[in-house]
Write a protein of this length. Structure first.
Length: 263
């Protein structure tokens, strides 16, 4: 497998982003509805139902309601799902069924630029979804400012990471039906065990260690700290984790996709 040459990636990747954005604008109303309604449904379900049973509890030196605790995690999950599903199902359809990649290759774009543009677009969808959800949750009084403004850059970083993970899956799966496997073994465990619905301290030690290997855990930690303004020195570790893993996965995703398409 040939590692991608950074010089082959230029600002022309933004043309791929632009192409996907034009298509997105045609159905923007459908795309906007889920991020607006999803947090309301979760807040109603957990705020009226489960939060009454759980009550307030101590987290990061603050007394929080259960709904306040899970609100940042809901945004983190949206970042993961939007980026991951964009570079798995959607990218696979564009590559294999719609032959969009073939059409783009007829332009001055090269494969590296097309794939990188796909991942930038996936990260953009994460930013859009996180921003919409953040606004709704803030209006409900569960976010604190100015820390909550960090949702946007964290969504971009997390979106790139999960876009790269999704693109790696797209490069490896033999068919679109096989995406069920990385979803079952990857995104679903992260959704459940990354500190989304309960503090990681509730897990046994070995499970906590495994949880801190998951990228969603660090995204949840950072978003929860920023949106609730619960600061600690450990946040730098989570930020470094996301940066390093993103820098490793992005070129790997490009290299694997180039190998799949060229082979």
């Amino acid at each position: 497998m040939k590692w991608p040459n950074p010089t082959r990636i230029s600002a022309r990747s933004l043309r791929v982003w632009q192409r996907n954005f034009v298509i997105y604008r045609q159905n923007w109303k459908i795309s906007f509805v889920p991020p607006l309604l999803e947090p309301l449904l979760y807040i109603l379900a957990f705020g009226i139902g489960l939060a009454v049973m759980v009550g307030d509890f101590e987290y990061g030196g603050q007394r929080l309601s259960y709904t306040t605790f899970i609100a940042p995690a809901l945004v983190s999950v949206a970042i993961m799902y939007n980026a991951f599903f964009e570079t798995t199902y959607n990218s696979f359809v564009r590559m294999y069924y719609q032959k969009t990649f073939d059409a783009l290759l007829a332009t001055p774009l090269n494969l590296e630029e097309i794939i990188f543009g796909e991942m930038i677009w996936a990260a953009t969808k994460s930013v859009i979804a996180a921003t919409l959800m953040g606004v709704v949750i803030a209006l409900c009084g569960f976010f604190e400012f100015p820390g909550a403004l960090m949702i946007v850059p964290l969504a971009a970083l997390g979106g790139l990471l999960f876009a790269a993970l999704g693109m790696i899956c797209t490069a490896l799966v033999p068919g679109i039906e096989m995406f069920n496997l990385p979803i079952f073994l990857g995104t679903t465990p992260m959704f459940l065990f990354s500190g989304t619905f309960f503090p990681l301290q509730n897990l046994p030690g070995w499970a906590q260690s495994l949880a801190y290997c998951l990228p969603l855990t660090h995204l949840v930690v950072l978003l929860r700290a920023c949106s609730l303004q619960i600061w600690s020195g450990d946040l730098w570790y989570s930020l470094l984790y996301l940066l390093v893993v993103s820098l490793l996965l992005l070129p790997l995703a490009i290299a694997l996709m180039v190998r799949r398409i060229v082979a």
